[in-house]
Write a protein that binds this ligand. Structure first.
Ligand SMILES: NC(=O)c1ccc[n+]([C@@H]2O[C@H](COP(=O)([O-])OP(=O)(O)OC[C@H]3O[C@@H](n4cnc5c(N)ncnc54)[C@H](OP(=O)(O)O)[C@@H]3O)[C@@H](O)[C@H]2O)c1
Length: 355
């Protein structure tokens, strides 16, 4: 039935028809043939294909467009999810090249399908999807480094393109310029990031702010960077995430125990808790969690503090030691990997709040 719909569609597709008209045509063919329920027809063409949305529009198809369809319907309880991509008119060299590469990936994957093979065996012949990390220094950099070491592709970001590039090269990742405090520019900055498996948002500006001497600009900067910037990154990358993707946002234990000067830090990181919950509901089934480190003793911000300051902090930590960047990366791995951990705040602080 779906092949019959594709045959009709093949004859119908030409410059000037609209995506929504294609959906109408496919639905009619399927119902005429006895479909019980046309659950959804994806019809996406031209520049509408990138990033890939799951909604069709009234876009007019133009000469040379790639036109992608996915037909989902049911007949006698059997359901389909069957994709085809057409080149309207003639195919460009790039489209032919993409076709050949995709065909090779498919053939290599099909050759591996046999009893006992797992999906993990099969996906290893496909190109890796990307980890998308944040931060040219500290924990963000450490996370990207660990992921590259285990064979993943990682994108690492910072405000300055040269610095992001240089740091990324050191660890074998790809560097990208992105300023979280300018949310309106984020979509353009991320334009060429492709499919994302894991998204970690770690960027931060250090803000020492007190009500007694309130610095409005510094407060606006941090609020924008973490709450609006993080959210806009998720919004921008949303079409490039998939059902098994996972997101972790960085918060901070200052949310539980504010210190003098933490007026903005404490409130912004408390809001990370609610941002994570609301994103987990909105993006379901994609999982969204937060990690809230205490003092990370070997992070660039803390490691050069006077020894007595660090010793005092250790003494007040029930675990008897400060968290390390490796501990936080390990927590990130857990949050990204575990399929049932969702919408939580994970503290990595050695029990600091009880000290
Ligand atoms: N270290 C700790 O003890 C600790 C404790 C609690 C919570 N945390 C949280 O853990 C996360 C990572 O902390 P960290 O200590 O690793 O930080 P860090 O070493 O200071 O690194 C912060 C990163 O944020 C990036 N950044 C700063 N402003 C940015 C902006 N406007 N847009 C995009 N990126 C920006 C910086 O890159 P560029 O300079 O290249 O832009 C840098 O790579 C933060 O969210 C922090 O709140 C850390």
């Amino acid at each position: 039935m779906v092949d019959a719909a594709y045959e009709e569609l093949y004859g119908y597709l030409r410059p000037g028809v609209r995506e929504n008209e294609c959906v109408g045509l496919v639905s009619k063919v399927l119902y005429d043939l006895g479909s019980e329920y046309v659950e959804g027809v994806n019809a996406i063409s031209g520049e509408h294909c990138s990033p890939h949305p799951h909604v069709y529009s009234d876009r007019l198809i133009r000469p040379g467009d790639p036109a992608f369809f996915d037909i989902l319907h049911s007949h006698l309880g059997y359901r389909t999810c069957y994709y085809r991509t057409f080149a309207v008119g003639s195919a460009s060299g790039a489209q032919r090249d993409a076709y050949v590469r995709c065909r090779e990936y498919m053939d290599e994957a099909i050759a591996l399908v046999r009893p006992g093979a797992t999906t993990a065996d099969i996906v290893q012949v496909w190109p890796r999807a990307e980890e998308f990390g944040s931060g040219t220094s500290g924990i963000g950099r450490e996370f990207a480094r660990a992921r590259v070491e285990r064979g993943d592709e990682a994108v690492l970001t910072g405000r300055d393109a040269d610095r992001a590039d240089a740091v990324a090269k050191e660890i074998g990742a790809r560097g990208l310029a992105l300023d979280l405090s300018h949310p309106r520019d984020i979509a353009a900055a991320l334009a060429d990031v492709e499919r994302v498996d894991h998204l970690v948002l770690a960027g931060v500006s250090r803000d020492e702010n007190r009500v007694a001497a309130y610095d409005i600009d510094a407060a606006l900067h941090l609020v924008t960077l973490k709450l609006v910037g993080y959210t806009e990154v998720v919004h921008t990358l949303r079409p490039r995430l998939h059902d098994a993707s996972a997101i972790v946002l960085f918060g901070c234990q200052a949310k539980e125990r504010p210190y003098p000067g933490a007026t903005t830090v404490a409130t912004v990181n408390a809001d990370v808790t609610w941002l994570v919950r609301s994103l987990a509901v909105e993006l379901a089934p994609i999982r969204v969690n937060a990690v809230h480190p205490g003092v990370v003793g070997d992070s660039p911000y803390w490691r050069d503090k006077p020894a007595e300051v660090l010793a005092g902090l250790r003494a007040r930590t029930p675990a008897g030691q400060l968290a390390t960047m490796a501990d936080v990366v390990d927590a990130l791995d857990f949050l990204l990997r575990n399929r049932s951990v969702n919408a939580i705040d994970l503290s990595v602080d050695g029990g600091w709040l009880l000290g």
